[in-house]
Design a binder for this molecule. Sequence first.
Ligand SMILES: [Zn+2]
Length: 417
Amino acid sequence: MKRNLLVDAGRIAADIDALAAITEPDRPYTRRAFTPLFLEGRRHLEVCFQDAGLQTHIDSSGNLIGRRPGREPGRGTLMLGSHSDTVPEGGRFDGIAGVVAALEVARTIADRGITLRHDLEIVDFLAEEVSIFGVSCIGSRGMAGVMPQEWLTRQADGLTLEEGLAMVGGDPALSAARSDIRAFLELHIEQGPVLEEARLDIGVVTAIAGITRIEVIVLGRADHAGTTPMNGRLDALSAAARLVLSIERLGKELATGPGHFAATVGEFEIEPNAANVVPSRVRMLLDVRAELRADIDQFRTRLAEAVNAVAQETGVAIAEPRVVSDNTATPMNPLVIDALEAACQTTGASHRRMASGAGHDAAFMARICPAGMVFIPCAGGRSHAPEEWADNADITLGAAVLLEALLRLDDELATET
Ligand SMILES: [Zn+2]
């Protein structure tokens, strides 16, 4: 049973529509970070933030921030937000729903004349999606003080990232980790089908899965495709194909465990890639997402076993799988999780706990403060596509949960110390 919500569904719908209209007209919905359209979206949001009574500025990492001072100076900041940039031909809700929900929370607080004990900040993080500079989460990494300095010299469209940051109003020379943030909350569309299929209103995120990328190189022997007998070949592709199927089986098995798990062979190159030559070399890159470290460890052990088995069976050499990058999962903060679950109860939102298989700004914010995320359902789990859809009622209920959790944390964190 949903209670009467304080947040306003009509305003949320209008905000989503207004941002959706700021797109490359021929490829909706495209508003990539560092482009003129992105800056236009930002100007629109800045006005909305100011209309909500927030003091706005761009921080050193290029994030748009709207601030409402609290009544107990020095208590620190509670922050809500997400990102307004999109992938090319992306959707109307990924990131945007979170910025708009945060804005609606700030408006509701202003309308009701509420002054929090903590300062409140609403944030639109810069470039959460992979940007023209080939890197993601630029704003949240900057706010957490973990953006690699060497990224500043990356180039795209005649700009360095350093110049790009200056263009949006940031100042990379000044960026340092924020130390005043007492909690961060982000609402986001699920980008998967779980909530919709279970007919649940809210997913309370327990952890953002780690991403491990593993390269596997299979070395066979190039031979004439017409004359080399079927039993006398060292075909790198047929060996690699067996391995791909083993990886899929292993991924499905680990996915039935208690933690979120997914393994994908997303990149696959074959040499010489000619019709009349037995393939001599395959390179594949695996993307492995896990909530639990034990699952990654088990995956790596069993991948090594599968590699040995396929090498023995086929006679083809397979190099030991090489870990190219390895980021562990980021747990969300238990206090924030509890506040979000309590908020679901108060607002009458049905909910479950779940891990996020996708990366989010909240993963970087978790490095500097207690962080948590609210997922809302999206149609068919589709995202990063124009068909992406979230119902206004679901965003509105999500915003109500954010507001409720914010009010709880404002009290709990203040009485804690
Ligand atoms: Zn997003």
